[in-house]
Design a protein around this ligand. Structure first.
Ligand SMILES: Cc1cc2nc3c(=O)[nH]c(=O)nc-3n(C[C@H](O)[C@H](O)[C@H](O)COP(=O)(O)OP(=O)(O)OC[C@H]3O[C@@H](n4cnc5c(N)ncnc54)[C@H](O)[C@@H]3O)c2cc1C
Length: 396
């Protein structure tokens, strides 16, 4: 058993790190504060070929695997969580359904444009009354001549307004729940499709999230993805690999939290060796024993590093299974659940270790706490992951 990354994956990760640290990191605080799209980082990622990681070379992509995708999202998230979710959603649920279920014609038409970054992809499943229970969606696709007419409203759509192509799920038949759902490729400039309300979130502020309104949107039959009634299968398969990407995103935010906590603790340790402690800090009092505040914080940091490493192994395992073409639904859900719960706690622990410095608005510590929260909710909440895992364990 070999836990080293294959050399090509390691060098790919290093290249993404270089880009993320030089372009995305310097923007992270500003895009969070101003709720602005990280244009420069997404453009740089597109120029570097990162928008086509999973897309085969014949369609202009890099033809890399799920492990490379995880490493990429991890590195981007260490620098800027908003940039990472934009590229994650584009790559997995926004583009991969075409790769997995598209006809040759659909692949030729859309994949090169998604791979180059000419257009971003988005995934429109959630509705006001259909979140965790996605099979209850109410958007309709009524057959009309050579096409379908779509009507409905999708909510909480990542890359809204920026995407050139939406993968939209709608009800085509009277069949109950999942059996009546079909998937459609809907270009953003289709008449009747518009951006509705935009949501101001607590975190991931550079990533636009909002409503997608569909009013008599005519979509040709050629834009239906997979057979009628297969839409729910498309969505669930896309979400399986999407969860590997979210695990990578969690690793990135978690790594940033651990690194920043380490810097704070090392700074304090150096302070104990001679340089001054922050004014007013209990640690500057000469009458306190040398272990004051030190060992307890070290234990917290040790626990953080341990939890992060276990999360990393689960994420890499799920990515490796996916890349090897083996069943990975259970492992992807386990990784998503563990990585995102772990990262939420890592972000809180790092802020606690940083103390007042961490609680200041605009500090990376409080940003990580706000950014981490959504990861426990989207691409299947962590309660839903537990349902999936239990079902897989019981083989139901
Ligand atoms: C930042 C962000 C970006 C998003 N981007 C997209 C996107 O690009 N495309 C898209 O389609 N959707 C997107 N979503 C929507 C996301 O997938 C949903 O929020 C998620 O599926 C949960 O649905 P809900 O919010 O309606 O919660 P609900 O389903 O209403 O659930 C509310 C709570 O109840 C729990 N719960 C629900 N059912 C059960 C159950 N059976 N057992 C136990 N607990 C349960 C949930 O875990 C949750 O805690 C995004 C959400 C966020 C926050």
């Amino acid at each position: 058993m070999d836990f080293d990354l294959p050399p090509e994956h390691a060098s790919f990760r290093d290249a993404v790190r270089e880009l993320a640290q030089s372009v995305a990191l310097p923007l992270a605080a500003e895009v969070d504060r101003d709720h602005r799209f990280p244009e420069e980082a997404v453009s740089a990622a597109a120029a570097a070929g990162l928008l086509g990681i999973l897309i085969p070379r014949e369609y202009g992509g890099a033809g890399l695997d799920a492990l490379a995708f995880t490493l990429c999202i991890d590195e981007l998230a260490q620098a800027c969580a908003s940039t990472s979710v934009i590229i994650d959603v584009h790559t997995s649920v926004g583009s991969e359904p075409i790769l997995l279920f598209g006809t040759d014609e659909q692949k030729r038409q859309w994949l090169p444009r998604l791979a180059s970054g000419e257009m971003l992809g988005a995934f429109a499943l959630t509705e006001p009354a259909a979140g965790s229970d996605a099979a209850s969606l109410q958007t309709t696709a009524r057959r009309h001549g050579d096409g379908y007419v779509l009507n409905g409203t999708k909510v909480f759509i990542t890359n809204i307004g920026r995407a050139g192509l939406y993968v939209v799920f709608a009800r085509t038949g009277p069949e109950e729940r999942a059996a009546g759902v079909s998937a459609f490729l809907v270009p953003a400039d289709t008449p009747g499709l518009r951006v509705g309300q935009m949501f101001k979130k607590m975190g991931l502020n550079g990533s636009p999230t909002g409503e997608l309104v569909l009013e008599d949107v005519l979509v040709p039959v050629a834009n239906r993805l997979a057979a009628e009634g297969q839409g729910f299968t498309v969505a669930m398969r896309a979400l399986d690999s999407g969860r590997i990407g979210i695990s990578g995103q969690a690793l990135g935010i978690g790594q940033a939290a651990v690194d920043e906590a380490t810097t704070v603790l090392k700074g304090r340790r150096l302070g104990q060796l001679g340089s001054p402690h922050p004014a007013g800090s209990l640690r500057e009092r000469a009458d306190l024993p040398t272990w004051w505040g030190g060992q307890g914080d070290d234990f917290t940091l040790a626990d953080m590093a341990t939890r992060l490493e276990s999360a990393r192994l689960l994420a890499y395992n799920a990515a490796w299974l996916c890349a090897a073409g083996r069943p990975f639904t259970r492992s992807a859900s386990i990784a998503k659940l563990h990585c995102t719960d772990t990262t939420m706690q890592l972000a809180l622990d790092a802020l606690q270790l940083a103390g007042e410095e961490g609680a200041v608005s605009g500090s990376p510590f409080e940003r990580h706490v706000r950014d981490a929260k959504a990861l426990q909710i989207y691409e299947g909440s962590n309660q839903v992951q537990r349902i999936v895992i239990a079902r897989e364990v019981m083989q139901l």
